[in-house]
Design a protein around this ligand. Structure first.
Ligand code: GLU
Length: 475
């Protein structure tokens, strides 16, 4: 006997943001989880822009979502879908539900609904609206605009089997006959989401747990159409380090703000993956590892806390782990995004030479840029008081003497160090007394990479030119 293997349909996840002008960090995490799960299972991730709010859904706002996802390296399968463009399909489904008897037309006015609620409250009954049109004789239907309501069950319970939240039960008497189509024929959000998810073949809905109650209402819509309900995974929202709702100060920003702070996309992916999902005690991992490990069973039930210190720490680890050419490419993309001048060929090769030293110390691209400023800016340097003082601490003649010693030597950090040490000793000065003005002459700063490394990276010609310029300016 041969057993037929069970047919497992491919996983289809989706990310369904409403365009608000930027990709919020919480949305980015939802997108990441949907992406990781699709990539882990060999399924697909779809992107649907929930652009039914016409005032907010500008092309720029949609582009900001694409841009954020692209920066994070989260690619979606196929074309992004516009929810707004599907309004006729949503209306069609609402009418199909009327034909099936699972939805009905309702002509109650706003005033009637309010009056119903008032009376219910006064009589101590729940103020859920019960439309008189639910069971009205169709012959009595007026020729006037109507809304379409779901004929929701009034007895029993609606159960959502959520992968993260477990079994969540609602008494049907607490759920009303929600509106599916408004009187102008436009679909409500609740209907649009269900129709779209169904038509897109979505098997797994991963989203914030602020949508959990919607899942109960959406389940009723699936049932009303006789459609399969997808697997739901409602992830707890991200909180601030103090446990309160995430505020701007605590990281509730768009992903572009993190890009501008100089975090690498791979560090962001790693950090966001750890906000609500775990793989043993692993904190640092690559995206390939995350894809191979990601599952829905290890999504956390408690809200994750956003912690800048942890992000920065992970970011430093990713910088150290990255290869130099990749970091250079990220740095160039960063400079372009910041509208800063592109690197020259010389700067590019100098940065590559400096990279092993830079990446040991930097935790963000901004810090790399700061430490590489001796490469990026050319003299005359804008010096602060400490730098000016350090440069003036030796007479220009001393610097000139040293410079002439340096003209015909092997240009390697260790040789340069020996020469400068010997020179300082011969002058009866401590090494620091010479090294510090030398550092300022080369970089314009009192804090930098090791002065001899800096000389090696700049090369003979540039180093000597910088020293000559200082001597000239000082004499
Ligand atoms: N558009 C909704 C939001 O941005 C998400 C809807 C969903 O994932 O079902 O919060």
């Amino acid at each position: 006997m041969t057993a037929t293997p069970p047919v497992v349909p491919p996983v289809v996840t989706r990310f369904a943001p409403s365009p608000t002008g930027f990709l919020h960090i919480g949305g980015a995490r939802t997108a990441l989880f949907s992406w990781l799960y699709a990539r882990h299972t060999g399924g697909v991730m779809l992107l649907r822009i929930e652009d039914t709010d016409r005032a907010r859904s500008t092309p720029e706002a949609t582009e900001a979502i694409f841009e954020g996802l692209r920066w994070l390296g989260l690619d979606w399968d196929g074309e992004a879908i516009s929810q707004f463009a599907r309004a006729p399909r949503h209306a069609e489904v609402a009418h199909e539900m009327i034909a099936r008897g699972t939805a009905y037309r309702c002509w109650s006015s706003v005033e009637e609904i309010e009056a119903f609620r008032e009376t219910a409250r006064a009589e101590g009954r729940p103020p859920l609206f019960r439309s008189p049109w639910r069971d009205a004789d169709p012959a009595t239907a007026p020729d006037a605009p109507y809304v379409v309501r779901l004929r929701a069950p009034r007895e029993g319970e609606t159960v959502v089997e959520d992968v993260v939240q477990g079994t969540v039960t609602w008494k049907n008497e607490t759920l009303d006959d929600l509106i599916l189509l408004r009187s102008d024929g436009t679909p409500t959000y609740m209907l649009a989401v269900v129709v779209d998810d169904h038509d897109m073949g979505v098997t797994h809905v991963i989203r914030g747990d602020d949508h959990l109650t919607n899942a109960a209402r959406q389940t009723l819509i699936y049932r009303a159409m006789g459609w399969d309900v997808p697997v739901f995974a409602h992830i707890p929202l991200i909180h601030g380090p103090d446990g309160a709702k995430l505020s701007k100060r605590h990281g509730a920003l768009g992903v572009e703000a993190y890009r501008d702070m100089g975090y690498l996309p791979e560090a962001m992916r790693n950090y966001l993956a750890r906000l609500g999902w775990s793989h043993g005690n692993d904190e640092f991992f690559t995206t390939e590892q995350a894809i191979s490990w990601f599952d829905l069973t290890h999504l956390g039930k408690a809200p994750a806390r956003f912690d800048f210190a942890k992000l920065e720490n992970l970011s430093g680890q990713h910088i150290r782990a990255a290869d130099d050419a990749h970091l250079l490419a990220e740095l160039e993309a960063f400079l372009a995004a910041q509208k800063r001048p592109p690197l020259t060929e010389v700067q590019r090769s100098q940065i590559l030479r400096a990279m092993p030293g830079l990446k040991e110390r930097a935790r963000t691209l901004l810090q790399i840029i700061d430490m590489a400023s001796f490469i990026l800016v050319s003299p005359p340097f804008a010096m602060d008081e400490a730098a000016t003082k350090a440069l003036a601490s030796v007479p220009p003649e001393t610097l000139e003497k040293l410079t002439s010693r340096l003209r015909n030597v092997t240009w390697a950090a260790s040789d340069l160090e020996t020469i400068v040490r010997d020179f300082a000793a011969a002058e009866g000065l401590g090494l620091g007394k010479i090294a510090q003005p030398l550092r300022v002459a080369l970089s314009g700063r009192t804090v930098s990479l090791g002065v001899f490394d800096m000389m090696e990276i700049l090369g003979r010609e540039q180093s000597l030119a910088r020293l000559d310029a200082c001597i000239k300016a000082g004499s």
